[in-house]
Write a protein that binds this ligand. Structure first.
Ligand code: GLN
Length: 314
């Protein structure tokens, strides 16, 4: 995967002339040459990295009915990522497995990346997306979301030894963002004001690499994800507090799969009531309580040690 990502890195990049670009931004056509290249590269990537995982957990209760196809991101820890045993795990995927078990539905997971997942939902190739997907007003016009299951927001990460401490410091520089995400939308919303350009990537890992290599001076991604990445030893830091808060939801296409959405909400409520929700979140985020509001500050606390030691080194 890493080698593949590195190989694709050059082709997958698009510069900031294009908008943040996923279907949910309403950019259906990719007529410009760079965007066309990106689409082709993304297609290859999807084909190469799509792992279809049958779920044993969900298979039990319900013999009847369909197997839902649910798309997720590739690496968006702690929400979805591959563990040392090569299994896809994380808060999203553990919640989904527990909810499916609770509600007795079956599903097949497609690990395709965030933008690809949303595109697949849009075209009806998959029934739902769970991928740390922020519930936004714009998206609510296109998708039906579950009840929010995790509070999040956007953050800016810079290299651990970077002197960038504010958006003003980005003047004349390039930053990295992930296609079709709220991080990208946020970066775009302040790019003119602070005078920076945006390089867009399909995957979070590619963004981090671009910052670590010094090509981009900063990247914009979800704050708890950046915090988790830093807590795992990636040499980044978060010089500023979280921006643009939003909550994650499980998404289906508007008006479709209402029964799946209903099962998700019921299952989620059951997991919250039984303590299983807290248990899952606490597996990945070191917090005393998994109250939505507190998980953010837990991610912050996790990264704070790294940030401080990086600051001390300067
Ligand atoms: N929460 C962000 C969004 O919905 C990013 C999701 C992701 O990259 N998996 O845009």
């Amino acid at each position: 995967m890493k080698k593949l990502a590195a190989l694709l890195l050059a082709v997958v990049m698009v510069f900031s002339l294009t908008a943040c670009g996923s279907k949910d931004d309403g950019n259906k056509g990719t007529t410009a040459a760079p965007a066309g290249d990106t689409t082709a590269a993304a297609g290859d990537e999807t084909a190469a990295s799509a792992e279809t995982e049958g779920t044993t957990a969900a298979a039990a209760a319900n013999g009847e009915g369909k197997t839902y196809v649910i798309a997720t991101d590739t690496t968006f820890a702690p929400f979805e990522f591959e563990n040392d045993n090569g299994e896809m795990v994380g808060i999203d995927l553990d919640l989904l497995a527990a909810i499916a078990e609770d509600q007795g539905f079956e599903y097949e997971l497609q690990v395709v990346g965030f933008n690809a997942a949303v595109t697949a939902l849009e075209s009806g190739e998959v029934d739902a997306v769970i991928a740390g997907m922020s519930i936004t007003e714009k998206r609510e016009k296109l998708y039906d979301f579950s009840e929010p299951y995790f509070d999040s927001g956007v953050g800016m990460a810079v290299a651990a030894d970077s002197e960038i401490a504010s958006y003003e410091d980005l003047k004349g520089q390039q930053v990295a963002a992930k296609i079709g995400t709220e991080g990208c939308t946020f970066a775009e919303s302040i790019a003119d004001q602070y005078g920076f350009t945006i390089a867009q990537f399909e995957q979070s890992a590619e963004m981090y690499q671009d910052v670590l290599s010094g090509t981009s001076v900063a990247c914009f991604d979800d704050y708890p994800v950046l915090g988790y990445e830093i807590s795992r030893g990636t040499e980044l830091k978060l010089p500023l507090p979280m921006e643009q808060g939003s909550s994650y939801g499980f998404a289906v296409l508007k008006g479709e799969n209402a029964e799946l959405l209903e099962m998700f909400d019921k299952g989620l409520a059951n997991l919250k009531a039984s303590g299983k929700y807290d248990e899952i979140v606490n597996t990945y985020v070191a917090t005393g309580s998994a109250d939505d509001a507190e998980t953010e500050s837990a991610a912050e606390t996790e990264s704070a040690a790294e940030t401080e030691s990086a600051a001390a080194a300067e």
